[in-house]
Design a protein around this ligand. Structure first.
Ligand code: SF4
Ligand code: SF4
Ligand code: FES
Length: 424
């Protein structure tokens, strides 16, 4: 009897050894099934994250716990399934506190990587902004609970030489966290501790001295997508021939650092080309402070941290036909949104009353009716007005920004290579 079975993946006939894991078979045949908790060495597979959700023999199931059998029918790439998988990943981002640009796992993080693969630019769910304590007690490790997705990889796979568990789940339901046994952690060799950090698909397990050691360009997900469908995407940025009408563009920096504006200027000689095609209206680039006409496009940097930001953003929505968020702060709040983890009163007290730079006798929270009113938290732009498009990055690079703008204004084709749109 043959050990081979025939299965169908997205309509294509594929043959494989009977009993092989479906995720492996799919990858071996050029199909990408996103996965997070799935790990080659863990058998049986954990099946905890559901990121690998596919339709198998007509039923929605997770692929990583399935073994192929003869006649199996698998659907991966449908709009419905892609949306289900993306919603699951979005929930992970909204439940944790993920600030990729400052995270030690950035570039090596499976969760971050999935976000890029799925083209996540914002979340449909509100951020929970949980504030779990970070555990610095273990001998070599730091446990950042706010990044843990409870995949259980560490729980089943990180063992001491005498087979004792180092990690285990504590509490129940929504309060579940991964606990670490300090005594057992101290027994791990340096290699085993490093392995635990690499095993974790997020930045929840960090080993002191091992973060940021790999230079940019050499990290696991730096250059290429693992999705075979994306790896060889062609770059299509050729401009169609013929004259083009000059367009008007407005830009503004709200609660941002001006880094995205700096990036817009970081285009060397191509800026001359931009200036020929674009007339800037209200913008800090030309210091025009008021709109003088309806604009074709508005570029927004930064989210909304005060009443002035909200007013300006609404004005941009009214005055620009197409409104685009540029950079992470505009898209989801970015670094300024770190204050959302702390009550506003405490932020103000720390900044104006108790900070080490405050002179005794000068401690006062500034108030004047002309000052913009600070908001209870930093809001992403799409929480205030409708946003048409998003350009992710911190900051996005200049080439990317202007190619996107020319795509939106003149319909130039622009297919973004994986290495072009991956930022951290
Ligand atoms: S754990 Fe991953 S997704 Fe979360 S902040 Fe770090 S790099 Fe980003
Ligand atoms: S600490 Fe890492 S490996 Fe362990 S459950 Fe959390 S995300 Fe998974
Ligand atoms: S990868 Fe399949 S459930 Fe997590």
């Amino acid at each position: 009897m043959s050990d081979k079975v025939n299965i169908t993946i997205d309509g294509k006939q594929v043959s494989a050894e009977t009993g092989t894991n479906l995720v492996k078979v799919a990858h071996a045949n050029g199909f990408f099934i996103p996965s997070l908790c799935y790990y080659d060495h863990i058998d049986p597979p954990l099946g905890t994250c559901r990121v690998c959700t596919c339709k198998i023999d007509g039923h929605i199931r997770q692929a990583c716990t399935e073994q192929v059998h003869d006649g199996m029918e698998v659907e991966i790439n449908t709009d419905e399934l892609a949306d289900i998988r993306q919603a699951i990943v979005e929930m992970m981002f909204s439940e944790g506190n993920h600030f990729c640009p400052g995270c030690q796992k950035s570039g090596n993080c499976d969760l971050q990587h999935l976000g890029y693969e799925m083209g996540l630019s914002h979340l449909r769910f509100p951020h929970l902004f949980k504030n779990e304590l970070i555990d610095f007690e273990p001998k070599r490790m730091i446990l950042e609970h706010n990044r843990c997705v409870k995949c259980a990889r560490c729980v089943v796979e990180v063992l001491t030489d005498d087979q004792k568990q180092v990690f285990s789940f504590c509490n129940r339901g929504n309060e579940t966290v991964v606990g670490i046994d300090y005594d057992e952690e101290a027994k791990l060799t340096d290699e085993q501790a490093a392995e635990a950090m690499h095993l974790c698909p997020t930045g929840a397990i960090i080993v002191r001295g091992l973060s940021y050691v790999e230079p940019f360009g050499e990290r696991k997900f730096d250059l290429h997508s693992v999705n075979p469908r994306r790896q060889d995407e062609p770059q299509k940025s050729e401009r169609p021939p013929g004259p083009r009408k000059k367009k008007t563009v407005a830009t503004i920096s709200l609660a941002g650092c001006f880094g995205c504006h700096m990036s817009m200027l970081d285009n060397d000689l191509k800026l001359f080309e931009v200036m020929e095609l674009i007339e800037f209206n209200k913008s800090p680039l030309n210091d025009i402070k008021e709109f003088t006409q309806q604009c074709d496009l508005g570029l927004i940097e930064g989210g909304c941290c005060n009443s002035d930001n909200v007013e300006v953003l609404r004005e941009f929505r009214r005055s620009c036909d197409i409104l685009v968020c540029v950079g992470e702060c505009a898209i989801w709040g970015g670094l300024p949104a770190m204050r959302n983890l702390i009550p506003l009163r405490e932020c103000l007290e720390e900044a104006y009353l108790n900070g080490i730079t405050i002179d005794p006798g000068e401690a006062v929270v500034p108030y004047d009716e002309d000052l913009p009113k600070i908001l209870d938290k930093v809001y992403a732009c799409n929480e205030v007005v409708h946003i048409d498009h998003y350009i992710p990055g911190c900051p996005p690079n200049a080439d990317h920004i202007w190619k996107t703008v020319s795509n939106l204004l003149w319909g130039d084709q622009y297919s973004i290579l994986y290495s072009d749109f991956k930022y951290d």
